[in-house]
Write a protein that binds this ligand. Structure first.
Ligand code: EPZ
Length: 430
């Protein structure tokens, strides 16, 4: 099993290039099978979750041509709506997007109930409510969601809770239903807009993505397209917070600054300088960090996927801060790991109360999920001494060449596999 080994204490300085948005790419790849023509997708992040979904798509019959690390051609003309191998689907939560895509295209789909990061219960009731409203018969059978319809018919759908996955899944199925669908209380995340733009480039008729009412007029057929995925706001935010935690000066390039507003606002509150350029943001942390309050909310609120990284920044800020998690109930498990590094954090229900400490100290910790893992890497870079992070396969699900990009900013971080390599690293940096 691979680990990261980090010698902390260097401020991160320099420029870093951000890749395509993982969570947009997962939905867009699934949607690409909705036409029988070949679709070209560019700016695809080369991360484990994407590669796992591509494998699942190949298993159900899609032809995948990896043009280069960040470009793929997908042909969905041989796709089967019932999976051959359930096990591969279990590995990746986003395989649930195949439900909306297959149901829209073939009016029939079966997908195993998803796995993914363990950050709380991840129900699918809203996805199912949406498919049923479109006229599908949906049941849970042998651990899978099976949906079938003679005709999908547009409808008015109100989502009781804002859900990225349900909004996108329903949007995909409705894109090929008969007549008009309205999704109310829709998620407004940039990747919802990106998926709508992608489907529209294939001939769909979707309006209002990015607001809380999405209107869709179903079409009979979708066609080929060439599409480039938007930059990853969470990867960008992670580097912005890494700059803050290490008292660095980092320019994060190839981003859409508007998508980063909640992150930028919190960095300004804690005393960083943030300069917005056309397609880049520069974060300078030259003063001691100040405390603040944060609550995670659906977009444009502060993203839950940035919550652990924010906690790490506040862990060495002056005074007491609070971080309230309102999306997933189990997203504070990493706090025990951070405590081993000297943080003073008390979790009461959905609120973390953080008393800033002077500095973190290196320790052996474990990445418990994707974003928590990235947060521990940030803590390791800010810490005195050496940190070893186990289970980095979680981090690799969503960050491409994380250690390489960090090294480019001056971090001392290596990916290792054995205790001997860890000892060698300790010797080298001592
Ligand atoms: C997406 O998950 C992302 N995953 C998550 O990214 C992200 O944390 C999350 O959105 C919130 O932004 C992908 O895009 C693949 P939701 P998703 O449906 O779609 C409840 C990362 O680190 N809910 O918006 O599964 C749910 O329990 C990850 O990249 C229902 O109650 O999230 C949660 O409280 C992890 N019923 C809330 O809605 C449903 O049917 C929001 O979840 C669906 C969701």
């Amino acid at each position: 099993m691979e680990q990261y080994v980090i010698k902390g204490g260097n401020p991160l300085v320099g420029e870093v290039e951000i890749g395509g948005a993982k969570n947009a790419a997962l939905a867009i790849l699934a949607a690409a099978i909705m036409t029988d023509e070949t679709v070209t997708i560019e700016n695809l992040p080369n991360v484990r979750d994407i590669n796992a979904l591509l494998e699942v798509m190949e298993e159900i019959g899609a032809r995948i041509d990896r043009v280069d690390a960040h470009t793929v051609k997908v042909n969905g003309s041989y796709v089967k709506e019932v999976p051959v191998d359930h096990d591969s689907m279990k590995k990746i939560r986003a395989s649930y997007y195949l439900l909306g895509a297959l149901l829209g295209k073939y009016k029939r789909a079966e997908v195993i109930l998803p796995g993914g990061c363990n950050i709380g219960s991840r129900p699918m009731d809203l996805h199912i409510k949406g498919f049923r409203a479109l006229g599908a018969h949906v049941e849970i059978r042998n651990g899978a969601v099976a949906a079938e319809a003679e005709h999908l018919k547009g409808n008015h759908i109100y989502l009781d809770k804002v859900s990225v996955g349900a909004t996108i899944n329903i949007m995909m199925a409705a894109a090929m239903a008969e007549g008009k669908t309205t999704i109310e209380n829709a998620a407004k995340e940039p990747h919802v807009v990106d998926v709508a733009n992608f489907l529209n480039s294939m001939g769909a008729n979707i309006r209002g993505a990015g607001t809380d009412v999405i209107r869709i007029v179903g079409v009979k057929r979708l066609h080929k397209t060439e599409y480039s995925i938007i930059p990853d706001q969470i990867e960008a935010g992670t580097f912005m917070f890494a700059a803050a935690a290490t008292k660095g000066d980092v320019t994060v390039k190839n981003v859409i600054p508007k998508h980063l507003e909640a992150t930028t606002a919190k960095l300004l509150e804690v005393g960083c300088e943030v300069e917005e350029l056309d397609d880049a943001v520069r974060v300078v942390a030259s003063k001691p960090l100040k405390n603040t309050q944060v609550t995670t909310l659906p977009y444009p609120g502060f993203p839950t996927d940035m919550q652990p990284q924010m906690t790490v920044v506040l862990g060495t800020a002056c005074g007491t801060s609070t971080v309230t998690e309102s999306i997933f109930e189990n997203r504070f498990k990493y706090v025990d790991e951070l405590t081993r590094m000297g943080a003073s954090v008390k979790v009461e229900s959905s609120i973390a109360i953080i008393t800033g400490v002077d500095h973190y100290t290196g320790a052996r910790v474990s990445a418990l999920d994707l974003r928590a893992g990235a947060a521990l890497v940030i803590a390791g870079m800010a810490a005195e001494g050496v940190t070893v992070i186990d289970d980095i396969h979680y981090i690799q699900r969503g960050y491409e060449n994380f250690e390489g990009k960090l090294r480019g900013l001056g971090a001392q971080i290596e990916r290792v596999e054995t205790e001997k390599e860890i000892r060698k690293f300790r010797f080298k940096v001592s």
